[in-house]
Design a protein around this ligand. Sequence first.
Ligand SMILES: Nc1ncnc2c1ncn2[C@@H]1O[C@H](COP(=O)(O)OP(=O)(O)OP(=O)(O)O)[C@@H](O)[C@H]1O
Ligand SMILES: [Mg+2]
Length: 322
Amino acid sequence: MATAEQIKSLIRSHFSDDAERFFTMALQVAAHEAGQGHGALAHEIRDIVDKARKKKGPVVLKFPVDIKGLVLSEEPELSKATLVMPAFLEQRIERIIHEFRQLHKLKNYGLTHRRKVLLIGPPGTGKTMTARILAHELRLPLHTIQVDRLVTKFMGETGAKLRQIFDLIQQESGVYLFDEFDAIGGERSLDNDVGEMRRVLNAFLQFIELDTSDNMIIAATNSPKLLDRALFRRFDDVLYYTLPEPEERKRLMQNVLGMFLPRKFVWKDVLEDSKGLSHSEIDQACRDAVKEIILKDQQTVSDSLLRQMLQERQSAHTKRKG
Ligand SMILES: Nc1ncnc2c1ncn2[C@@H]1O[C@H](COP(=O)(O)OP(=O)(O)OP(=O)(O)O)[C@@H](O)[C@H]1O
Ligand SMILES: [Mg+2]
């Protein structure tokens, strides 16, 4: 057994938040055990340390200082199975994944894989989620560009930042998401200077056209105002997201409620009450219902409780619109 001192040091190094020190201590314990003839235990400890060390830390990119705060990087752990959408849209996403995975095969024939994708649809229907899933499925980091921060009052500055981002896209592999793309050109544009935003949009279109990397570039927006033909032409794929139909709403609720869904559950009114809500709102209503029963020490969510939560979301929805 490890000595009392070793155990104390191990605990101290754990709380010192110094991972390397902790690993060193653990390896010392392993060495001590080996010395005592406990080879199997020593081996097990070393194995645990090796595995923990191999675990990847946060993604760190060599960003130029100017754009550091504009790009968020992550390695999402989100599988396709969580996404609820109509079959035709699922197939389009499958095709993007499929082509990307075999890009070299396509290259041999002078063809390029689908990699510039525009996602359009109402809030909370899975656009950002899709980008995260694509990154996960392709085992690539996701770099999200905060478009609203990118756009400054000064066109020259915005253009320079865009250039740096596209330089980065040339160098670093990943999925690049221009989220809330409507900050360029939509109503939210700074000073409502439409002419200026148009120029930013044009600069973006030029950059995306000139981009020859293998990386995936996704733009997501809920403003159909942006949709002019110049934009369409630059993307290999344009996917339209919509509010969920009854069948999708049911699938989504089944997914989120999981083991909290009772055997006896009347869907008809639940489906009626969820009409017009986004995936995100339905997801939240389900979570609200689950929280409620957990706090009441109940086992399952009744249809009447879920209806109540959905109606709450509906009224928030109406108020926001009104
Ligand atoms: N199609 C979907 N299937 C399953 N869950 C979904 C779907 N769409 C949204 N959700 C749930 O809602 C959350 C928010 O969705 P997401 O951020 O992808 O919406 P969005 O389309 O990007 O909205 P916005 O236009 O406001 O950015 C997701 O994290 C997920 O929990
Ligand atoms: Mg989004």
